[in-house]
Write a protein that binds this ligand. Structure first.
Ligand code: GLN
Length: 491
């Protein structure tokens, strides 16, 4: 048995029966990282020594009978989660020397459950991007290639390091964050599953803020079940986050066997966008057929304000980002470039510390919030956001869940879609509406493109109804039987 082929659920069982040890499992992953991270760049900061110490403690817990389902499970932590004593960069130069004196709530919960952290995973700078090319620590390479081509592909973003690590077997699972699609789109690009929970489900405390009304942490893993096991631990009320929801956390794994018989699934007609790759539309139809065969009732629905989703997102998210990123002033956090007076120091620090995409977002954000434009842009966007939320609320009066594609294309080449930022922003067309509405949404790998690249389907649910999202996702996963793997290692 190769340790690297186990799913999280399988590894958890094998750890509990004593068939494998946390130390052996962790060592196998550390070796895999040593072998492949120089090429894939999925981790900014691997932490092998820490991982081995945590694995040793996990083995002791397993022996003592105090282990949880996640004890001894080696995971990657997106480098947006503050980790006490371990450098946290947000993939930005400005945070390159930042070693947080505290731990984010989500990473603390995973630690307390006994999960082993293999290191901090690469991402787009401050989670702004859809391809991981905005990282100040270099791009991440997607472990997948087009059939017959050696061109390097992007893993999606912003949680591209997390996605590549899981897909390439450099971690058993990973944490991600999703502001407009950053868990779902990279999951789709790399053939793994990932869920953005309901806004407020997981604490934002200690996660480097991008757009606070949208940011949400979630798991990324090989199977729907693995995601449910992780979310069980990551979710929950936290008084340190003012928007954390005080809602009970069910055992999400129990939803997996619910099935979809009798469930009503909505197909939003506005998502049949012109220009979407026909293969993706065909896969969507296949997904509809699978759910029908499994006993679901599939109905067409309308989400009429979908077409404004991207425009609203690219006003609201930069506006919040420009305000959140004001704190990087060379005084309180991270790097500083000295100047001849205070203002000059701020300017030099921020000019040197932020990359071009982050600067673009700060400029868009300050512009739409500025006196004279606030009403025309920001206020208007907030109003349309309310309409997008209403679309979902009305749809969910008729249906239990919604099925859509995750992204309009398969993974694209490193260097493609770079000339025009708007082309890059179009990647988020299917994921952004659920973020604006705050509803949970999951991506599940459902098939391969004609070029041999993974494609994902997205399942969107009602607020705090991740259980139905998991049930429908599990049904798609079973029907799709997706088992393809990227060819990385010698056969
Ligand atoms: N790609 C989107 C953006 O660039 C979403 C990123 C995210 O969800 N963090 O903002």
């Amino acid at each position: 048995m190769s340790l690297l082929t186990l799913t999280l659920a399988q590894a958890s069982k094998a750890l509990h029966t004593g068939e494998i040890s946390a130390t052996a499992l962790t060592t196998a992953y550390i070796k895999a990282i040593e072998e492949l991270n120089p090429r894939l760049n999925a981790f900014i900061t691997p932490t092998p020594e820490l991982a081995l110490a945590q694995a040793k403690a996990a083995d002791a817990r397993l022996q003592a009978g105090t282990a949880t389902a996640l004890t001894g499970i080696p995971i990657a932590m997106k480098d947006l989660f503050c980790t006490e004593g371990v450098r946290t960069t947000a993939a930005s130069k400005i945070l390159s020397p930042f070693v947080p004196p505290y731990e984010s709530t989500v990473s603390a919960k995973l630690k307390a459950a006994g999960a082993v952290t293999l290191g901090k995973a690469n991402l787009d700078e401050f989670a702004m991007g859809s391809s991981n090319i905005t990282s100040a620590y270099g791009p991440v390479e997607n472990p997948w290639k087009r059939a017959g081509s050696d061109a390097k592909l992007v893993p999606g973003g912003s949680s591209g390091g997390s996605a590549a690590a899981v897909a390439a077997r450099l971690a058993l699972a990973a944490t991600g964050t999703d502001t407009g699609g950053s868990i779902r789109q990279p999951a789709a690009f790399t053939g793994i599953s990932g869920i953005k929970p309901t806004y407020g489900r997981c604490s934002r405390y200690g996660i480097v803020a991008f757009a606070s009304s949208l940011d949400q942490a979630g798991p990324m893993a090989r199977t729907v079940e693995d995601n449910a096991m992780l979310l069980n631990v990551m979710a929950g009320f936290d008084e340190k986050d003012s928007t954390s929801a005080n809602v009970a956390v069910p055992d999400f794994t129990r939803a997996l066997t619910q099935g979809v018989a009798g469930k009503r699934i909505g197909i939003p007609k506005e998502y049949r966008l012109e220009g979407t790759n026909p293969e993706i539309l065909a896969l969507w139809d296949q997904g509809i057929a699978w759910l029908r065969e499994a006993g679901a009732d599939v109905v067409e629905i309308s989400l009429p304000h979908t077409k404004y989703g991207l425009a609203v997102y690219y006003i609201v998210a930069p506006a919040e980002a420009s305000s959140n990123l004001a704190r990087y002033d060379g005084v309180r956090f991270g790097a500083r470039v000295d100047g001849h007076d205070l203002i000059d120091m701020y300017e030099r620090t921020r000019a040197a510390g932020f990359g071009p995409e982050v600067k673009r977002r700060i400029m868009i954000g300050t512009y739409v919030l500025s006196h004279g434009y606030y009403d025309a842009y920001y206020l208007k966007a907030q109003k349309v956001r309310a309409l997008i939320l209403r679309d979902f609320q009305q749809a969910f009066e008729q249906v239990d869940a919604i099925l859509t594609p995750t992204a309009p294309s398969a993974a694209f080449g490193l260097g493609e879609k770079m000339d025009d930022p708007v082309t890059m922003y179009l990647n988020d067309v299917f994921t952004v509406p659920a973020s604006l509405a705050g509803v949970p949404a999951m991506s599940v790998p459902a098939g391969l493109s004609s070029e041999g690249l993974p494609l994902g389907l997205q399942i969107i649910g009602k607020h705090f109804d991740e259980e139905t999202v998991f049930a429908v996702s599990a049904a798609i996963e079973t029907a799709a039987g997706f088992s393809a793997l990227p060819e990385l290692r010698a056969k």
